[in-house]
Design a protein around this ligand. Structure first.
Ligand SMILES: *Cc1c(COP(=O)(O)O)cnc(C)c1O
Ligand SMILES: [Zn+2]
Length: 414
């Protein structure tokens, strides 16, 4: 059952009949990113509180009627989504806010929120009969696509910049895709993939270009709302690179508002790293988005030319949200803090949302009486090399109980 009404161009606002082969606006080309619009009146008759209450599928596919996917292969897929939303006790207290929830997206099959988009991409490729699927990625979309393509028997051709962390490269090679490691930055990687996809006719999993993928990413917001019994927090914080994830978060809450299931959309905190923050710069200077350097340890959000700018900026504007930038040092501090206080190990871009929350509290943007959800977008095991910068190296001791006891005393361990 599909409730899709039309595809609308975010640039020229023309609308098009739903068509599985249409990815961007035929008039505007690559920048004409499409928004998928639904018939919410019809959807309401199916998607209501009872629908959720009686749904035994605890994965992102429980939201199939709110997406554009065919449903015939769902039971064969890996379990993506329905990641835990933890209520924080210790960190919340330290931050001095009313509530803090942590959405641990690191527990998806390939360890990041990208699995939500890759799952949809794989289903769409199968639907139109395309056996090869391709994307360019800073690392996580790559390993995620390789993972799910492998499991569903598709070939994947993956483009990554050579700077991608070894953990992510290893992961995607294990899944057995064709890896193209590009001697250039993410922009060069993206452009090469775009040209190759056009020439070879592979299915395009580049999230900005492919409007179905934001529909997958929005399930993280649908889950947050449902896990909070349709009373989401005042704020939701997420790190931003291309802008597809935050666009998806907004879309999920927007859908629920249209369906009458929530009464307001949380304010979104879009967090970038100071080393690469084109959205923050545009917001603060009130200038159009300009290309930025890619110079941060948060590789997943090191995106100099964001490919989904309009949807991302719209997400912040419509939700009365705020853009904020944090330093790499603050990101590393948040990584250690989240591990130490909550038992969650995030990669740099994964914990950036927490650094943003701390800064927003310090600047009075988030108030003590407000509630906040942090989306932890990627697992720390993907990038142990950078994680080492957040900790002190292990001390090696001789196997001697006296030496051990002296060491414990020094450390104050009782
Ligand atoms: C991709 C990614 C993001 C940002 O998503 P965009 O759609 O590029 O804005 C944040 N964190 C992690 C771990 C990611 O992999
Ligand atoms: Zn257009």
């Amino acid at each position: 059952m599909s409730f899709v009404k039309d595809f609308r161009c975010t640039l020229c606002h023309q609308s098009f009949a739903p068509d599985n082969h249409l990815l961007t606006c035929p008039s505007c080309g690559e920048k004409g990113i499409l928004e998928i619009e639904y018939d919410y009146e019809a959807m309401k008759k199916v998607v209501n509180r009872d629908y959720f209450r009686n749904n035994p599928d605890f994965s992102m596919w429980r939201y199939a009627p709110l997406m554009t996917i065919p449903t015939d292969h769902l039971s064969e897929m890996l379990r993506v989504g329905w990641t835990p939303l933890y209520r924080s006790f210790r960190l919340r207290k330290q931050l001095g806010i009313k509530e803090l929830y942590l959405k641990d997206e690191g527990l998806n099959p390939s360890g990041s929120t990208k699995d939500r988009a890759s799952g949809v991409a794989v289903l769409k490729a199968i639907e139109i009969g395309n056996k090869t699927i391709s994307c360019s990625s800073t690392g996580n979309a790559a390993s995620s696509l390789a993972c799910q393509a492998a499991q569903m028997g598709l070939d994947a051709v993956i483009f990554v910049p050579k700077r991608a962390p070894i953990g992510k490269l290893t992961q995607l090679s294990i899944y057995g895709s064709t890896l193209i490691c590009v001697d250039g930055d993410y922009k060069d990687t993206y452009n090469l993939s775009r040209d190759a996809i056009a020439q070879h006719g592979w299915y395009n999993r580049n999230a900005a270009i492919n409007p179905h993928l934001v529909e997958g990413k929005k399930t993280v917001a649908l889950e947050i709302a449902e896990q909070l019994n349709f009373a989401p927090t005042d704020w939701v914080s997420i790190s931003v690179g291309d802008g597809c994830s935050i666009a998806g978060v907004y879309k999920g809450f927007y859908d629920l508002l249209q369906l009458g299931l929530i009464s307001k959309i949380p304010r979104l905190l879009g967090v970038q790293s100071e080393g690469c923050c084109p959205f923050v710069t545009a917001y603060q200077t009130k200038q159009p988005l300009a290309e930025a350097d890619e110079n941060t340890i948060a590789d997943s959000i090191s995106v100099g030319i964001p490919r989904n700018p309009l949807k991302a900026q719209n997400a912040i504007a419509q939700s009365k949200g705020v853009w904020i930038a944090v330093s790499d040092e603050e990101i590393l501090k948040s990584m250690a803090k989240l591990g130490r206080m909550e038992g969650i190990f995030g990669e740099p871009a994964g914990v950036t949302a927490l650094a943003g929350i701390e800064k927003a509290i310090a600047q009075g943007i988030i108030k003590p009486n407000e509630t906040v959800t942090m989306i932890m977008t990627g697992n720390g095991l993907k990038d142990p090399v950078n994680a080492q910068k957040a900790i002190s190296p292990p001390v090696i001791l001789k196997p001697d109980i006296e030496i051990l006891n002296r060491y414990l005393k020094e450390k104050g361990v009782k």
